[in-house]
Design a protein around this ligand. Structure first.
Ligand code: ADP
Ligand code: ZN
Length: 732
């Protein structure tokens, strides 16, 4: 029998429906009255319940036809595109995720099946108000500028820079009309030619290469490497413009929600309108609107977090992954995927282009460019007058630094200079809280978390101890929990709060601001702090990695890295890469405007290859050396790896299963793969669950997923045992 691709099913025909319920197959249903399209979102009965599903293909017909139930209704949203279905299938195969879980990722829009609700919108009315004021003039000016468009009260007031009562006043006068409109309205159109900058020759060359890929409507990935401030963003916005001209959609992924606000403003300046936003900080209504409009083509550009990759775009022509090396692109919960890799997969299905932008690319992307799988564009100079900061090490072995203090005399005098000149200095320490360890001076006991294999971190600001694994907090005890000695508990090691204390003592007159995620109750408070710094309302900024990413502080001319050695300990093969990326990124914060910057790295090992590479050594040589090391070890990107994490409240049970799995590894041996472990996972206990890890290493070409699936299928998970497969783990 030949099967013909069908994309419409008449009433009563059998269709296969994939639901979000954890079942291992597509279920047969009868198409409803009026029929349904392939890819349609439907509501179907499952036992006594109604569940969400998607028409995934023709029915299998292996059930008793008389007992097959009918689809309840087709939802009022666009059917899922064929390339999206294929993407979900391929992503499921790659990450070894069951299809229902994959579909759940793609249907995370709230209230998907609800009828559209109404909201009030405002547009230009027919009359003029009897009395004109400046505020009223502003509102009418905005409405005239945008022709026939209508806005919500909030949008209009914000755009005009007036309070909403001004708009209400104009409604009373008939100068502005208020009407009901469905909530899920298309986004305003972006204009590709609205506010483009004149590019430099190097930028133009890069932009032209990207434009070419987009107008060819074929898949391709480009690594856009350029130092901070070189204009990467300007360049990839040209690619976005080209996608708009081609009538295709674009997605820009950012690693940090705190950055989206600044970025939206930038898009507005470039395209005249704000794009859609997609991340956990966006309201339910707005997320639903975004989800629907992306599917119907009423949304051209989405700026979002990694989960935006699973939005049902209709015609996705471009995906930008900004700061592509950022580890937050890896989802470490539920479905384990790396958004950077999924972006490449997605674009290869849609005939789209991917731009991976970074000053310090991941070794994976560097190697793919090296191998010719990705194109590579380099921007080597900062835009305008700005030059790269001078970098130097401060050898802590030669500094006079008493115990419990972290700012060396050399760093202190460099900060003094900046303060005297009215510039800003950043002291970078990637450790939240006051002190990472609290120790009893009488018995040596370290206070640990009751549920995790981690020490409790003292947070003076919160007046509590906190576990950075599970978030559990407890009050600081007054006696040692072990030996009950009084007043003998002491902080060991630095955290940003302790550094703040030291800075306030060293520079009592200076305005010190600490940027650490714990200290801000909301994204808004953080945003305000960042804007304050940008406006020059601080002399010294103390920050964790929160400051490493993308903020633009024009007055910042000195970056002091308190502990450059922090990431270099441990056996993780990625440690060098991560430290290099983080420190280069932080150093790049200094001197973006007309004043040149300086970065000083406090270290006990200035001759370490990573420190030397950061200090302006030959970056390409550093990558090449790293690559050679990975190649010799047969690990990514030159080999394939998977982590198997087993967890259970019982330590013995996880270890026993791990041992049994390591012994029965025939399916893996057949493809020449090796198993290592079981060993305690990088975090051996989280929230009371003991965790062990097995690492599987295979050749680049080996069919790893298939072998893994066969291997794990041999074991039964008894009781509360859980197994998670992590393809391409972050640490190995
Ligand atoms: P990156 O993304 O590489 O850090 P940006 O694109 O943010 O760099 O550029 C750094 C700064 O220089 C921004 O303020 C940007 O607007 C400005 N800039 C870059 N290129 C140009 C240009 N061709 N014309 C005007 N300003 C530019
Ligand atoms: Zn804990």
């Amino acid at each position: 029998m030949t099967s013909v691709a069908r994309d419409f099913f008449d009433e009563g025909e059998l269709v296969g429906v994939l639901t979000t319920q954890p079942l291992d197959r597509v279920l047969d249903y009868k198409a409803p009255e009026g029929g349904c399209w392939l890819g349609a979102f439907v509501e179907v009965p499952l036992g006594p319940r109604k569940v969400l599903g998607v028409v995934w293909g023709p029915g299998q017909g292996d059930y008793d036809r008389a007992r097959v139930r009918a689809v309840i209704r087709v939802l009022d949203v666009a059917p899922i595109a064929p390339d999206m279905r294929e993407f979900l299938e391929r992503a499921a195969t790659y990450t070894l995720t069951p299809m229902p879980a994959m579909l759940r990722l793609a249907t995370r829009a709230p209230g998907l099946g609800d009828a559209p609700s109404m909201r009030k919108v405002y547009r230009l009315g027919g009359t003029l108000p009897d009395r004109m004021t400046t505020a009223r003039e502003k509102v009418l000016g905005v409405l005239r500028a945008y022709g026939g468009l209508s806005f919500t009260l909030g949008e209009l007031a914000e755009m005009a820079g007036v309070s909403s009562s001004v708009v209400k006043g104009l409604v009373k006068q008939g100068a502005v009309c208020e009407e009901d409109a469905p909530r899920d309205t298309p986004y305003p159109r972006l204009d590709p030619d609205y506010g483009g900058k004149t590019l430099t020759a190097a930028q133009e060359q890069a932009a032209a290469a990207l434009r070419k890929g987009i107008s060819a409507r074929v898949y391709g990935t480009t690594l856009l490497k350029g130092v901070t401030g070189s204009g990467k963003t300007e360049v990839y916005l040209e690619a976005v413009a080209e996608a708009l001209r081609a009538g295709r959609q674009a997605l820009v992924l950012l690693p940090e929600i705190a950055l989206t606000e600044q970025f939206l403003t930038r898009i507005e300046a470039r395209f005249g309108m704000k794009p859609a936003e997609w991340h956990s900080g966006v309201t339910m209504t707005e997320r639903r609107r975004c989800w629907k409009m992306v599917g119907q083509g009423g949304c051209q550009v989405v700026v979002g977090a990694r989960s935006a990759l699973f939005l049902p775009f209709r015609d996705l022509g471009l995906i930008v992954v900004d700061e592509e090396h950022d580890t937050s692109y890896k989802q470490e919960d539920g479905v384990l995927y790396n958004a950077r890799d999924m972006a490449v997969l997605r674009a290869s299905m849609t005939g789209g282009q991917v731009v991976l932008a970074s000053a310090t690319p991941s070794l994976e992307s560097w190697a793919n460019a090296e191998a010719g799988k990705y194109a590579r564009l380099d921007l080597t100079d900062r835009f305008g007058e700005a030059v790269m900061p001078e970098m130097a090490a401060i050898d802590l072995r030669l500094e006079d630094l008493p115990g419990g203090k972290w700012v060396s005399p050399t760093l202190k005098s460099a900060v003094d200079q900046r303060i005297a000149r009215g510039e800003q200095a950043l002291l970078f320490l990637n450790r939240r809280g006051y002190a990472p360890v609290t120790i009893c001076r009488a018995c040596g006991h370290q206070i640990g978390c009751d549920h995790c294999d981690a020490t409790m971190v003292e947070h003076r600001f919160l007046k509590r101890l906190m576990c950075h694994q599970c978030g559990e907090t407890k009050p600081m005890p007054s006696v040692c929990p072990n030996c009950e000695a009084e007043d003998r508990l002491a902080p060991v090691g630095p955290g940003v709060e302790r550094l703040e204390e030291e800075a306030r003592a060293l520079w009592p007159e200076a305005r010190v601001v600490v940027l650490s995620s714990d200290l801000f109750g909301s994204a808004r408070a953080l945003k305000e702090a960042i804007e304050g710094i940008a406006a020059g309302e601080a002399d010294i900024i103390i920050g964790t990695q929160l400051v490493a990413k993308g903020h633009n502080f024009p007055k910042l001319t000195l970056v002091g890295v308190i502990d450059s050695d922090l990431g270099l300990q441990g056996s993780d093969l990625r440690a060098a890469e991560r430290t290099f990326q983080l420190l280069r990124q932080v150093a790049g914060r200094a001197g973006r405007a007309d004043v040149p910057g300086e970065a000083l790295l406090q270290t006990f090992q200035p001759e370490h290859p990573v420190i030397r590479a950061i200090l302006g050594g030959d970056e390409e040589a550093f990558w090449a050396a790293e690559a050679a090391e990975r190649k010799a070890a047969g690990v990514p990107p030159y080999g394939r790896m998977a982590g198997i994490i087993l967890s259970s409240p019982e330590a013995q049970a996880v270890f026993d299963l791990g041992t049994e799995m390591a012994r029965n590894d025939a399916p893996l041996r057949r493809i020449g793969a090796q198993v290592f472990g079981p060993a305690p996972a990088p975090i051996a206990r989280i929230r009371g669950r003991h965790r062990v890890r097995l690492l599987v290493k295979a050749d680049k070409a080996a069919p790893l997923q298939q072998a893994l699936a066969q291997w794990v299928a041999q074991f039964r998970l008894k009781g509360d045992l859980r197994l998670a497969i992590d393809i391409d783990p972050q640490s190995f």
